[in-house]
Design a protein around this ligand. Structure first.
Ligand code: NAD
Length: 456
C-alpha cells in the first residue's frame, strides 16, 4: 500500500472515532503491553542481533521502562482525559468554561536506532493514550528490530490504527511530504531541522527529541568515587550511544588526577578488563560510526583505554585529556570516549557552557545546594541530575525533552499525553440573561457602565 493510502486510511479511521473513547485507548494500551511482554525475548534478541546489546541492558532500558510507562498511563488516563472546568473573568459572567483534551488526529513518529524499541514505542504510548492513530517509522540502522516491530504490530494491531512503515531517509522524506496532525521525531539535530522544515509546509506541530554534548560537572567538593562510578555507568550503558550519556567531564583542576584514578577503578570493577559484546558490553552500531570514533581516538590525547576491534565493532571505554578546541569537543561523541576538561574558577563553568549549544542533559556532582542552584539558573539544558546521570528520564513525573538545539517539546507520563493532545477551550453561556447593553449601537452610557462594572 502506498504511503498516501496508509495516511488516508488512518485519517478515515480517526474520523470515525474508533480511537477516542477511554475504552478504546485502554484496550490498545493493554494490547501494546501484551505485545511487549509476550515478545520481550524476541525484541531483546533483535536488538542483540543489530548491535550486540546485552539482554539485561535491553530488558531494563527498553522493556521494563515501556511496561512501567504503560501501567502509569493506564492508571492515570481517566484523570488526564477528563474535561477540566475553569473559572472565568467577570466579563464572561454567567458562563461555564471547560478545557477539552482532544486527540490531535493522525500522527507520525520517527524513531532513532540507539534504543530502537524504547524510542519507537515510548512516544507511541502517549499517542495511543491521547486517542490518535499512528504511523511509526523505526530506524533503518537497527534493521532486525525494525522488521520485528513491523511483524509484531501487524499481528497485534489493525493497520488503520497503528502502522509500522520501514525505511530510511527516502521513505522518511516521503512520509514528511504528507499532512499529519503531529510529528514526533527522535534523532540528530541535523535531521531535526529537515523534519521541522517539512512540517512547516502543513503547519504541523512537532516534537523534536534531539541530541547534543551533555556535560558532567564535577565540583571540588564532589565525592569523586561516586562521581566516577555514576558517570561511567552512564557512559558505558549502550557503549555511550545514549542521547543523554554524559558526553564530557568538566572538573575542578585539583580533582582531575583523583577522578582519573577513580575512573580506572570503576571500569576495572564493572568489566574486569574483559569485554564481551552481547554479554557485558555493546557494539558500535555500524562501521561508519566505528570509524568515526576510531578517528576521534587517533586525534585525541588518550590517557586510558583506546583499544578497538573492527570485526566486532568494539571500542574500549576511553579517557581523553582534552581542551575546548579539540576535535572531540566539537560534536556529540555518541560512543564510550570521555574527554576530561578542567576549570580553575567556577565562573568559567557557565561562561564556557553558554558558548555551546544547549545540551539535552546536564549532570553536576556536588554536595553544595548553592552550586547546584547556580548551574540550574545560569546554564540552559533539557533536564538532568544532581549526583547522578541518566536516571532523570526514568521518572514519568519529570518532562523529558531538550532545549534549543537539543530539541523542543517534552514527553514521558502526562507530558506524553499532553504532547499528543490538543487543548480546546469552550465557553458555555446560558441564553438568559441577554442584556441590550452588550449590543450596538454603543454610546457614552454603555462605556461608563462597562468601566464601572469591569475596570478595576
Ligand atoms: P538520525 O537523525 O540520523 O536518524 C533519525 C531518523 O531520521 C531515522 O529514522 C532516519 O531514517 C531519519 N533520517 C535520517 N536522515 C534523514 C533525512 N535526510 N531526511 C529525513 N529523515 C532522515 O539520528 P540517529 O543516528 O538515528 O540517532 C542519533 C541521534 O539521535 C543523536 O544525536 C542522539 O543524541 C539523538 N537521540 C536523541 C534522543 C532523545 O530522546 N532526545 C534519543 C536518542 C537519540
Amino acid at each position: 500500500m502506498s504511503i498516501e493510502s496508509i495516511v488516508s486510511q488512518q485519517k478515515a479511521a480517526f474520523s470515525d472515532g474508533r480511537t477516542r473513547s477511554i475504552k478504546a485507548r485502554k484496550s490498545m494500551l493493554k494490547q501494546l503491553r501484551m505485545l511487549i511482554s509476550t515478545h520481550e525475548k524476541d525484541l531483546c534478541d533483535a536488538i542483540k542481533q543489530d548491535f550486540g546489546k546485552p539482554y539485561i541492558e535491553s530488558y531494563v532500558t527498553e522493556i521494563y521502562t515501556l511496561l512501567d510507562e504503560i501501567d502509569y498511563h493506564l492508571k492515570n488516563i481517566y484523570g488526564w482525559m477528563k474535561a477540566e472546568s475553569v473559572g472565568g473573568p467577570i466579563v464572561t459572567f454567567p458562563s461555564k468554561n471547560v478545557i477539552y483534551k482532544q486527540p490531535k488526529g493522525t500522527v507520525l513518529i520517527i524513531g532513532a536506532w540507539n534504543y530502537p524499541v524504547h524510542l519507537s514505542l515510548m512516544p507511541l504510548i502517549g499517542a495511543i493514550s491521547a486517542g490518535n492513530t499512528v504511523i511509526l517509522k523505526p530506524s533503518e540502522l537497527a534493521p532486525v528490530t525494525s522488521v520485528k516491530l513491523k511483524e509484531l504490530f501487524e499481528r497485534y494491531f489493525k493497520p488503520d490504527v497503528i502502522t509500522i512503515v520501514e525505511g530510511g531517509a527516502d521513505i522518511t522524506t516521503e512520509l514528511l511530504s504528507q499532512s499529519f496532525n503531529h510529528i514526533f521525531f527522535t534523532g540528530s539535530t541535523r535531521v531535526g531541522k529537515i523534519v521541522m522544515k517539512a512540517a512547516s509546509e502543513n503547519l504541523t506541530p512537532v516534537t523534536l527529541e534531539l541530541g547534543g554534548k551533555s556535560p558532567a560537572i564535577v565540583f571540588d567538593d564532589a565525592n569523586i568515587d561516586v562521581s566516577a562510578n555514576r558517570i561511567w555507568w552512564g557512559k558505558t550503558i549502550n557503549a555511550g550511544q545514549t542521547c543523554v550519556a554524559p558526553d564530557f567531564v568538566l572538573i575542578h583542576m585539583s580533582k582531575k588526577e583523583a577522578f582519573i584514578e577513580a575512573s580506572t577503578n570503576a571500569l576495572s570493577a564493572f568489566f574486569k578488563n574483559d569485554y564481551h559484546i552481547g554479554h557485558n558490553y555493546t557494539a558500535i552500531i555500524n562501521h561508519d560510526h566505528f570509524e568515526r570514533l576510531r578517528e576521534l581516538i587517533s586525534k585525541s590525547n588518550v590517557i586510558y583505554g583506546g583499544d578497538s576491534n573492527r570485526d566486532t565493532r568494539f571500542i574500549e571505554p576511553t579517557i581523553v585529556d582534552a581542551t575546548w578546541d579539540d576535535d572531540i569537543m566539537q560534536e556529540e561523541i555518541f560512543g564510550p570516549l570521555l574527554p576530561i576538561i578542567t576549570y580553575d574558577d567556577e565562573k568559567e563553568i557557565s561562561s564556557q557552557l553558554n558558548k555551546l549549544p544547549s545540551p539535552l542533559a546536564l549532570y553536576m556532582f556536588t554536595e553544595s545546594k548553592e552550586k547546584q542552584e547556580f548551574v540550574i539558573q545560569h546554564v540552559p539544558f533539557g533536564g538532568g541530575c544532581v549526583n547522578d546521570t541518566i536516571s532523570h528520564l526514568s521518572n514519568p513525573n519529570l518532562p523529558f525533552g531538550g532545549a534549543g538545539f537539543s530539541g523542543m517539546g517534552a514527553y514521558h507520563g502526562k507530558y506524553s499525553f499532553d504532547t499528543f493532545s490538543r487543548q480546546q477551550g469552550v465557553l458555555k453561556k446560558p441564553s438568559w440573561p441577554d442584556p441590550d447593553v452588550r449590543y450596538p449601537p454603543y454610546n457614552d452610557l454603555t462605556l461608563s457602565i462597562f468601566k464601572r462594572l469591569f475596570t478595576k
